[in-house]
Ligand binder design. Structure first.
Ligand SMILES: Cc1cc2nc3c(=O)[nH]c(=O)nc-3n(C[C@H](O)[C@H](O)[C@H](O)COP(=O)(O)O)c2cc1C
Length: 373
C-alpha cells in the first residue's frame, strides 16, 4: 500500500499519475503564481508557541459552526470539475465528508449534480454559487439548492472575470473538457488516467445537464450580475445560512456582515485570480478586526496540514478549508489517498494542540501565536 501522509507527498504522486494538462489545471494559478506562493509562504511564516507541563491527554477537536456540529474545523473547498483529478472524485469527497464529519462545499461547476452530492454527504454539503450567465440560470440554481435541502449557500464573488492562468493557456486547457489530438502524447504517457477516464466517461458539468441550464457553463461569461444590490436581493431570497467567498478587504468584509451574511469566507481563490493579491493568512487579522471577535470567518489558501489549520484558528479564523490537497490526494490514490491524507490532518491537529498545550480546539486563540503584532 502506498502511504501518502502529507499534501506534498500527494502532490508529487499526483504529478506522476496525471497528464500535465490536468495536473497544471489543478496546481496552476494566475500570472506568475505569486499569490499562490504567498499563501503557503506566509502560512509557513506564522509560528505557534509551545507550552509545557499541561495535561493534554484528551484532545477535543469537534466544533459547532453555522448551526452544525463537525468533528473538525476544516472542510473541502468548492472545486469545479473534480472528476478530472480522478474518475469518481466528487463522490469520494462526499464519502470522506461523511466518514470524517466535515463539510464539503459543492461547486456550481461540480462533475456530479448538486442534488446527488447532498444525498451522498448525508446533508453535510454546502452549495457554492457563481452569478454567471443569465439570471434565470442563476435563479434556477438557487431554487434547486433550496429544493434539494441545502442549508448553506456560498456565493463566490472573486471571479469578476476569469483570471489568466498561463499553464492552462500554454496547455490549451478548455472547458467543456475534451481530449484533443495535439494532447495525445500527454495522455498516452499517462495511460492509467486516460483509460480510466475514457472508460468512466469524460467528466461533464453535471449541474448544467438539464433545464434552463442545459446550454452549459461558460467560465468566461460575464459576471456583472454579481454586485452589492444583488447581494442584498440574495440575502432577502435565501433564508438559510449565506456565506460570501473571495474576500480580502476589511471594508468589504464589514459591508458583507452589515448586509446580513452569516459568514465571510476569506479567499484569493488559491491565487488563481490575481497574481498580486495578498495572501489570505496575511489578510485575516485586519478582517477579524473589522468584523469584530464573534463574527464567523472561514479561510482557505495554502492550508496544507493540521498545523496550518491550527494556525488559521490562532490567527482569528473559525474554520479552514483546503482545496488542491484534496485533489492531489484523490489523484494520488483515490479514496485510500484521501483516507491517508485526512488521517494525517487529524493526527497533526491533535499533536499540534498537545504541543501548544491546548485540549480544546475551540480555545485556540491569538495567545497561541508565537509572535503577535
Ligand atoms: C481545480 C480548482 C477548481 C476550483 N473551482 C472553484 C469553484 O468552482 N468555485 C470556487 O468558489 N472556487 C473554486 N476554486 C478555489 C477553491 O475553492 C479554493 O479557494 C482554493 O483552492 C484554496 O486554495 P488551496 O488550493 O491552496 O487550498 C477552485 C480551485 C481549484 C484548485
Amino acid at each position: 500500500m502506498i502511504s501518502l501522509p502529507t499534501s506534498d507527498d500527494a502532490r508529487k504522486s499526483a504529478k506522476t499519475r496525471l497528464p500535465a494538462l490536468i495536473f497544471d489545471f489543478i496546481d496552476g494559478a494566475a500570472g506568475l503564481e505569486q499569490a499562490a506562493q504567498a499563501n503557503t509562504a506566509d502560512m509557513d511564516a506564522i509560528k505557534l508557541m509551545p507550552r509545557v507541563l499541561r495535561d493534554v491527554d484528551s484532545i477535543r477537536s469537534g466544533t459547532r459552526f453555522l448551526g452544525k456540529e463537525y468533528s473538525y474545523p476544516f472542510g473541502i473547498a468548492p472545486m469545479g470539475m473534480c472528476n478530472l483529478a480522478w474518475p469518481g472524485t466528487d463522490l469520494m469527497f462526499a464519502g470522506q465528508a461523511v466518514k470524517s464529519r466535515i463539510p464539503l462545499c459543492v461547486s456550481t461547476a461540480s462533475s456530479t449534480s448538486l442534488e446527488e452530492m447532498l444525498v451522498a454527504t448525508d446533508g453535510l454539503a454546502w452549495f457554492q454559487l457563481y452569478v454567471t450567465g443569465s439570471m434565470d440560470l442563476v435563479d434556477d440554481m438557487i431554487r434547486r439548492a433550496e429544493t434539494a435541502g441545502y442549508e448553506t449557500l456560498v456565493l463566490t464573488v472573486d471571479v469578476p472575470k476569469l483570471g489568466k492562468r498561463p499553464r492552462d493557456l500554454r496547455n490549451g486547457f478548455k472547458t467543456p473538457f475534451r481530449m484533443r489530438p495535439d494532447q495525445f502524447l500527454d495522455f498516452a504517457m499517462h495511460p492509467l488516467w486516460s483509460l480510466t477516464t475514457l472508460l468512466k466517461g469524460i467528466p461533464r458539468m453535471a449541474n448544467y445537464a438539464a433545464g434552463p441550464n442545459s446550454g452549459g457553463y461558460d467560465r468566461t461569461a460575464s459576471r456583472k450580475g454579481a454586485n452589492w444590490d444583488y447581494l442584498q436581493r440574495l440575502r432577502d431570497r435565501w433564508k438559510k445560512k449565506l456565506v460570501i467567498k473571495g474576500i480580502l478587504n476589511p471594508d468589504d468584509a464589514l459591508r458583507i456582515k452589515q448586509a446580513g451574511a452569516d459568514a465571510v469566507y476569506i479567499s484569493n481563490h488559491g491565487g488563481r485570480q490575481l497574481n498580486s493579491a495578498p495572501s489570505t493568512i496575511q489578510s485575516l487579522a485586519a478582517i477579524r478586526q473589522a468584523v469584530g471577535p464573534e463574527y464567523p470567518l472561514i479561510i482557505d489558501g495554502g492550508v496544507r496540514s493540521g498545523e496550518d489549520i491550527v494556525k488559521c484558528l490562532a490567527a482569528g479564523a473559525n474554520f479552514a478549508m483546503l482545496g488542491r490537497p484534496f485533489l492531489y490526494a484523490s489523484a494520488a490514490n483515490g479514496s485510500q489517498g484521501l483516507d491517508n491524507f485526512v488521517g494525517h490532518l487529524k493526527d497533526d491537529i491533535s499533536i499540534t494542540l498537545a504541543q501548544i498545550g491546548e485540549i480544546d480546539i475551540n480555545q485556540v486563540s491569538r495567545a497561541n501565536l508565537a509572535f503577535r503584532t
